[in-house]
Ligand binder design. Structure first.
Ligand code: TXA
Ligand code: MG
Length: 324
């Protein structure tokens, strides 16, 4: 298991005290940076909603560092959930489970369920252990905007946060997969690095693994527009489109023919490697957003298979408000 360096340890100890005292800490996970508070302190959790300008109907994910922390938070854990947690925790998989009354209503937006995950990042795990409480944390961005994959991305959007622990660039780059398991049905609420195929393979054959149908009220946070840059973002229709002046182009293969015509090009992966694209997607959007010479951003789509489902979910939502 990875350990954290000495100076980081001091930073984590300070951050853990801030959490215990009811403050907010931005910290790295393997997916994106989170904005954390003591999940059992409703006043502290309220500060997350305030700082993020997040609507109160959008529930938070609670982060734990050991399996026994589940007992306080959830009523019961089915065998199927145990199976998946054993296989994928610590890791980018969140379970929506029936909550105990120890979990404040503000964390779950009044729902009877709570989202829980054990992140696969040594800093996050150490912070949770040192704080001595589960940590509620959404992504550390303003509501609806691009998720942060570096400490600088957090600072840009949330300059007033009490503390940011800099753990470098996050490795996965997109948020956790979220599932809801009921009886012998497992519903994918949000696509992520752990794909629907990964989950299907891990459960007994009698399980149905289905994708959430948007519009159903099971996950109030699944909005159509999310992850948005402050500049117009369009999804390329073809490789031959003409790019206007001031265009920033994000592509996922080295020899994309439009590269020559863009003011600035970011290649997230030389050869359509979906894991690399995920790791670099939000950071590419941040770079384009921050460049004063870029007036609009174009992005190449990917196929909606495997991890491509999660990538197109983020890309479609980021571009949604700019669609004509
Ligand atoms: O990778 C991640 O999951 C990151 C890192 C920080 O852990 N967190 C994250 O949190 O993406 P956030 O707040 O950006 O997204 C949480 C989403 C909500 O918008 C909602 O869709 C879903 O999780 N969610 C949380 N609790 C839920 C519940 N009880 N029922 C249904 N959906 C829930
Ligand atoms: Mg988010």
């Amino acid at each position: 298991m990875e350990t954290v360096q000495k100076n980081l340890e001091t930073a984590i100890a300070k951050a853990a005290k801030i959490i215990r005292d009811g403050g907010l800490v931005a910290f790295p996970t393997e997916t994106v940076y989170g904005l954390g508070a003591n999940a059992l302190n409703p006043v502290a959790v309220a500060k997350i909603f305030e700082l993020k300008e997040r609507p109160s109907f959008d529930p938070l994910i609670v982060h734990i560092a050991s399996f026994d922390q589940l007992d306080d938070l959830v009523e019961n854990v089915s065998d199927a959930v145990k199976l998946l947690a054993d296989k994928f925790w610590p890791g980018p998989l969140t379970f929506v489970l029936p909550k105990t009354n120890k979990v404040p209503e503000i964390v779950t937006s009044g729902l009877a369920t709570v989202g829980v995950r054990m992140p696969d990042n040594p800093i996050a795990l150490e912070l949770i252990r040192k704080a001595g409480c589960p940590i509620a944390a959404p992504s550390a961005n303003k509501f609806g905007r691009i998720s942060p994959t570096t400490a600088m991305h957090v600072k840009k959007q949330l300059p007033n946060v009490d503390c940011i622990i800099d753990g470098g660039k996050t490795s996965v780059g997109i948020e956790s997969t979220i599932v809801f398991v009921e009886g012998d049905t497992c519903t994918l609420l949000r696509a992520g690095k752990i794909t629907i195929e990964d989950i299907r393979e891990s459960l007994p054959n009698n399980f149905k693994v289905i994708q959430h149908v948007s519009g159903e009220a099971i996950s109030p946070g699944l909005l159509k527009s999310h992850y948005s840059p402050t500049k117009t973002l369009r999804i390329l229709n073809s490789k031959t489109e003409t790019l206007p002046e001031g265009s920033g182009l994000i592509v996922h293969e080295q020899n994309h023919i439009l590269k020559a015509f863009a003011h600035k090009t970011i290649v997230t992966s030389p050869n359509m490697d979906y894991h690399q694209i995920a790791a670099n997607l939000f950071s590419a959007l941040h770079t384009m957003e921050d460049d004063p010479e870029i007036t609009q951003i174009f992005i190449q789509p990917v196929e909606e298979t495997g991890l491509g489902l999660a990538l197109m979910d983020r890309i479609n939502k980021a571009a949604h408000q700019y669609q004509k």
